[in-house]
Design a protein around this ligand. Structure first.
Ligand code: NOJ
Ligand code: CA
Length: 523
């Protein structure tokens, strides 16, 4: 298996740095704040963190618009603070993975400013420019911005010009370059230099933003697969313990491209949305609508998930991992329209399926999604998932000691918080922690164990699957609906290892209470 040992039972925690913990009371979370919370992270059972971008930026897209890839933005601290975070995390056995915005920079990046010049220079081809202003190639090209007679291609917002790594298929040779072109190779070399720089300070890997976007006009993905495999080869030779995580949402392609982990999220395939987020929401752009499987109305179907999942799982098994995160900074928090009890059923699923789980900061306590929050730094509807972590019931929920007006985003003071939940054995936090501990105690329940879905009738309610590994077999039974559900199975000798209500278990049947789960060790 072409893989990294520590991923076999790793669980990740995703931290949005501006909202985690403010160590110097300027109202914005920072790297030293994360260092100060490492004991909490370790105690929850997380083995690694993924940090959203902390690079220097004008923050028109919350830091996904980078001006200097070699520098921590002042508001988060210094490069030394990053090194210190890695050193302290490593002492506790926690790895630190960071965001790599590979496909674009900020408009204000010095490379782009030079690229805008009408005089030819080293950066002329660092970005994708058409051959003259006003000739529209497609809607991704923006004209009239620069003295240069051409339109630049954007990768996401207008302020994120696409870096030029080349076109797999060339329609117009007057301005499109192949990936082998020395200028495209120079862009790629710069990316490698950036990666090596942060690896040398202690980073343990990268979550690659918009990973497939680096090569243009590449319908069969062969160009992008080649691109990332070359980087993976470099990793395997020089950094065999470091990991590559993709924002791609097409695991079979991403893992073929050399990634260790791919997120199965709201893009490309409908599976993730059909599990948790299919219901139409005001003002939230959703590519797929219908009924989620994890909805108490029981109108969804597990088949909408399994159709993609099983195919992708079969193609990637033993080669890499699929990750189904609880939420992230781009989507409404999983708690939206769900009670803590419903969340327990969701987490019982996310934390007992194969692949590498990612918990988004605050989801372990069921922090809210604030649907009406005014947009901050290009967040728009995403802003409501990015509010400060709620640590205590005190001032600013313990996130910062600053005056309210200085807070990066408003914080919910009278909502859920870590301090209260740590004291309550049955809190969502403690359930999450126990699920993580259980997962890590068993090969069958770990990232590696096999999975077999046993109930494909009645749209998959209740959800029943078997995990198998070197330490035997477990049966996971989840009823996301508000009605009792039963399932006939030989349960002789089965032992309950975790549950949230009193399921009725006989030798040949299990009856699950509304919105409940049971994890059984089979004999
Ligand atoms: C995906 C990131 O997760 C998102 O927050 C960002 O806006 C875009 N990529 C552009 O970088
Ligand atoms: Ca701060």
């Amino acid at each position: 298996m072409r893989n990294v040992k520590w991923l076999e039972n790793a669980v990740f925690y995703n931290i949005y740095p501006q909202s985690f913990y403010d160590s110097n009371n300027d109202g914005i979370g920072d790297l030293n704040g994360i260092t100060q919370k490492l004991d909490y992270i370790k105690d929850m059972g997380f083995d690694a963190i993924w940090l959203n971008p902390f690079y220097e930026s004008p923050f028109r897209d919350a830091g996904y618009d980078v001006t200097d890839f070699y520098k921590v933005a002042e508001r988060y601290g210094t490069n030394d603070d990053f090194k210190n975070l890695c050193d302290e995390a490593h002492k506790k056995g926690v790895r630190v993975c960071i965001d790599l915005v590979a496909g674009h920079t900020s408009l204000e990046c010095e490379w782009f400013e030079k690229s805008c010049s009408s005089e030819k220079n080293e950066y002329t081809n660092r970005y994708i420019w058409t051959d003259r202003a006003g000739k529209d190639y497609n809607h991704s090209c923006i004209g009239g911005y620069a003295p240069r007679n051409g339109m630049y291609m954007k990768n996401y917002y207008y302020c994120q010009p696409a870096l030029n790594y080349g076109f797999a298929n060339i329609d117009d040779p007057s301005w499109q370059l192949p990936p082998e072109h020395p200028d495209c190779q120079a862009t790629k070399q710069e990316l490698i230099n950036i990666m090596e720089y942060w690896l040398s300070l202690g980073a343990d890997g990268f979550r690659v933003d918009m990973a497939p976007s680096v090569i243009k006009n590449d319908p069969d993905s062969s160009g992008v697969i080649k691109f990332w495999n070359e980087i993976r080869d470099m990793y395997d030779k020089k950094y065999p313990e470091a990991v590559l995580i993709s924002e791609w949402s097409h695991p079979s392609v991403a893992i073929k491209a050399g990634f260790h982990i791919d997120f199965l999220i709201h893009m490309n395939l409908p599976s993730y949305t059909m599990l948790f987020r299919a219901e139409k929401r005001e003002n939230v752009v959703q590519p797929f609508v219908g009924n989620s499987f994890f909805n108490k109305n029981g109108n969804g179907s597990i088949e909408n998930f399994l159709a993609d999942y099983l195919r992708e799982y079969d193609r990637t098994k033993e080669k890499g991992y699929i990750s189904i995160p609880t939420s992230n900074h781009d989507i409404p928090r999983i708690s939206y329209n769900r009670t803590p009890r419903e969340l327990e059923a969701v987490y019982a699923f996310i934390l007992t399926i194969p692949g590498v789980p990612f918990v988004y900061y605050g989801d372990e306590i069921g922090m809210k999604y604030f649907a009406d929050m005014p947009s901050k730094e290009g967040g728009f509807t995403r802003t409501g998932s990015r509010t400060p972590m709620q640590w205590t019931s005190g001032k600013n929920a313990g996130f910062s000691d600053c005056d309210k007006e200085k807070l990066y985003l408003p914080v919910e003071e009278d909502g859920v918080n870590v301090e209260d939940q740590l004291k309550d054995e049955n809190s969502l936090l403690n359930v999450t922690k126990k699920l993580i501990k259980l997962r890590k105690s068993s090969n069958a329940l770990s990232n590696e164990g096999d999975i077999e879905f046993l109930n494909r009738k009645y749209n998959g309610y209740p959800l029943i699957y078997k995990r198998t590994g070197t330490d035997g077999e477990y049966l996971v039974c989840i009823n996301p609906t508000d009605k009792k559900q039963d399932f006939a199975y030989n349960l002789k000798g089965a032992e309950v290892v975790m549950q949230n209500d009193n399921a009725v278990i006989t030798d040949d049947e299990i009856v699950l209470k509304p919105i409940s789960y049971v994890i059984l060790k089979l004999n």
